[in-house]
Write a protein that binds this ligand. Structure first.
Ligand SMILES: Cc1cc2nc3c(=O)[nH]c(=O)nc-3n(C[C@H](O)[C@H](O)[C@H](O)COP(=O)(O)OP(=O)(O)OC[C@H]3O[C@@H](n4cnc5c(N)ncnc54)[C@H](O)[C@@H]3O)c2cc1C
Length: 464
């Protein structure tokens, strides 16, 4: 029990990292509270991130299927009419139901929700709103927020961040997306499908930094085919807003003549930064690292005894499932168990059409470590994808040339986000490409392409 403290565990932040940590701590018999400054639980993910973006991606995908004539090819003749208010309504409804679900889970597991902003008074004492509480263990799970572009003001009307881009009251004529990462491509896809002309400006010479090189090139081709324009190797140096229009100044990243571009909506999506402002970390004896993150050890301990940190506020990919797994592990460590997250096997998914997913090493990173064998299988040769008229994409399996152990798997396919789970599980069990190749996969499924790519590692796929 908490003895001289109010709580055994106080979690700061109720995003996927924090709420999961709080629930698991309570399940393990620890007296637990969770401080959250938002009106609703669930953090970025449920309120303004994963869930509302997927609600808009799903709805806009169906609209696009109908509007583009692809449904007509299947013998379904429809002329869709966009009702954007209803589309936003179902997004809000999904958010309401899921955030309400976390409130229910807190009650069920007897987690106390402390409403308000938390700031440290010392390593075991935190002010939440007007109250002060003490805890034997404090877990910092304050997440991240949008990285601003210096000199560019987000007004959530003409210049928006991801939160504003989820809620646009009308379809823009020309949306310029600054940043060719996951969030920019997902939200750019939503508004392109609903009728906007979309231009994506990326500073690097290719989109989707961090993804496998082949995947980056191929997905760029697919998005171009869908109608998104790209300006790669280009820097946005100025955004001037006049009335309901913006003029962007673009410069080649490597130097050269500047040009201008007009837009009625500019989405700034250049990344996210850890939330530590106002936490008074210094009062707990903590500092952030050069990237503004809270440094931790393998067990999620900060340098201060009894203070732990997880999720977007610590180093690693800023992903909800990574935060959730860290939430479980930190609670188990606090309870004296052994909580572990294998940070080498965290899948990444882009929920566009088709989906783009990967786990483990890129081919480039794997080659830096040693000799590799690579097997690739195109979705065009997968019977299910072909039947469903989904020819774009491929699966790629990267294995160690000597041991055959799978080092990375990358997919572009309509259901790549679901397919990548089997690759993650196989890799977690230390699978070789042969293990995947000799595992029976149901027919006809997109997942058979994973098996065929694994067979291709030894040069023996059946269907190409
Ligand atoms: C548009 C968008 C789409 C995304 N899509 C995906 C996706 O499809 N899949 C995926 O895996 N990830 C996605 N992400 C990323 C994902 O949302 C984050 O990785 C995840 O939410 C991080 O979880 P967290 O618990 O660390 O922090 P957060 O979810 O950011 O939660 C932190 C919480 O702490 C609260 N807080 C902060 N400071 C304090 C304080 N001092 N006192 C009290 N409360 C405080 C905040 O209000 C917030 O609610 C997306 C993000 C965005 C923006």
């Amino acid at each position: 029990m908490a003895d001289k403290y109010d709580y055994d565990v106080l979690v700061i932040g109720a995003g996927p990292g924090g709420y999961v940590a709080a629930i698991r701590a309570a399940q393990l018999g620890l007296k637990t509270a969770c401080a959250e400054s938002r009106e609703t639980l669930g953090g970025t993910c449920l309120n303004v991130g994963c869930i509302p973006s997927k609600a808009m991606l799903h709805a806009s995908e169906l609209y696009d299927e109908a509007a583009s004539g692809r449904m007509a090819k299947l013998g379904i003749k429809v002329t869709p009419e966009l009702d954007l208010d209803t589309m936003h309504g179902q997004r809000k409804d999904a958010v309401k139901q899921l955030t309400g679900g976390i409130e229910y889970l807190f009650k069920k597991n007897k987690v106390t929700w402390l409403k308000g902003r938390a700031a440290f008074e010392d390593a075991h004492k935190v002010k939440v709103g007007d109250d002060t509480v003490t805890a034997k263990n404090i877990v910092i799970a304050t997440g991240s927020s949008v990285t601003p572009l210096p000199g560019v003001e987000i007004d959530q009307k003409v210049v928006v961040d991801s939160t504003g881009a989820l809620e646009l009251p009308k379809v823009p004529e020309h949306m310029v997306v600054i940043g060719g990462g996951v969030i920019g491509l997902e939200l750019g896809s939503v508004w392109r499908r609903l009728g906007a002309k979309v231009t994506c400006i990326e500073f690097l010479d290719q989109i989707l930094p961090g993804f496998d090189g082949d995947v980056r090139k191929e997905s760029n081709k697919i998005f171009k085919k869908q109608g998104i324009d790209f300006k790669l190797g280009t820097k946005v140096s100025k955004v001037a807003v006049k009335g309901d229009k913006a003029t962007l100044t673009l410069e080649p990243a490597k130097g050269g003549d500047a040009e201008t571009m007009e837009a009625d909506c500019v989405l700034v999506s250049i990344g996210r930064r850890p939330n530590t402002d106002g936490l008074a970390l210094d009062k707990a004896g903590l500092k952030t690292n050069q990237r503004g993150q809270i440094a931790i050890d393998h067990d999620f301990r900060t340098g201060v005894d009894g203070v732990w940190a997880i999720g977007d506020v610590v180093p690693g990919p800023m992903l909800a499932h990574k935060a959730e797994d860290e939430g479980i592990a930190v609670a188990e460590n606090i309870a004296g168990q052994t909580g572990i997250v294998n940070h080498d096997i965290i899948p990444s998914v882009v929920y566009t059409w088709p989906e783009i997913a990967g786990v483990g090493l890129t081919e480039e990173a794997a080659k830096e470590k040693g000799e590799v064998k690579v097997g690739k299988f195109p979705m065009m040769a997968n019977s299910r994808a072909k039947t469903n008229h989904e020819p774009d994409g491929f699966v790629k399996v990267i294995a160690d040339a000597k041991t055959d152990r799978v080092l990375g798997v990358w997919c572009i396919a309509s259901v790549a986000g679901t397919m990548i789970a089997q690759a993650a599980q196989a890799m977690e069990f230390g699978a070789t490409s042969e293990d995947i190749a000799y595992t029976c996969h149901a027919h006809p499924t997109h997942s058979e392409a994973v098996k065929e790519a694994a067979m291709a590692v030894t040069g023996k796929p059946i269907h190409i």
